[in-house]
Design a protein around this ligand. Structure first.
Ligand SMILES: [Mg+2]
Length: 173
């Protein structure tokens, strides 16, 4: 069970995700979190860095979709000038949205998918439950919503324990 908390790769910021590495790994689809992964949770829209990141992926034949536990209105507003496929209210780490994604993207196997998110308790756990590789990024800002704060407390405990056991990855992507 403890291994389900372990991300496949670590980055400090989404801009460090190496497209070449994703190509080497034969990844075709990125399941991307929004809040504190691409922008701060109170930042309504995508900035140029986010837009460039998405363009760079697409230019290299890698598709990206948004999978967020936040509300439909937050996700739809954020997506206004991105026009990505979106999965709001995803209830990560539950399998709800992942199952929807698997049935919509039948031509892409879970092996060819990779997640990107900032939380162990939602993004990492949900991806590992569904056998999808996952990149854990540091949060964009330290400020979190109250529910996320609770997740962070638990997350810090888990990470500490896994580091002690030598289960936490040392290498950056
Ligand atoms: Mg997040």
């Amino acid at each position: 069970m403890l291994k389900k908390f372990v991300p496949s790769y670590l980055v400090d910021h989404f801009s460090e995700v190496k497209i070449d590495k994703l190509i080497d790994l034969n990844k075709k689809l990125v399941l991307c979190d929004i809040d504190n992964t691409l922008v701060a949770h109170d930042d309504p829209s995508a900035n140029d860095d986010v837009k460039n990141f998405i363009k760079n992926l697409k230019d290299n034949g890698i598709d990206i979709i948004l999978i967020s536990n936040n509300t439909e209105s937050r996700v739809v507003t954020f997506n206004e000038d991105l026009n990505l496929d979106v999965y709001p209210m995803a209830l990560k780490p539950s399998s709800k949205a992942y199952k929807q994604i698997f049935s919509k993207y039948k031509h892409i196997s879970p092996d060819e998918m990779i997640s990107l998110g900032d939380q162990v308790m939602t993004d990492v756990l949900g991806s590992n439950f569904n056998n999808i590789d996952v990149i854990l990024t540091k949060p964009i800002v330290e400020k979190d919503l109250i529910f996320t704060k609770l997740n962070r407390m638990f997350e810090n405990m888990v990470i500490k324990r896994m580091k002690k056991k030598g289960l936490w990855p040392n290498e950056k992507m």
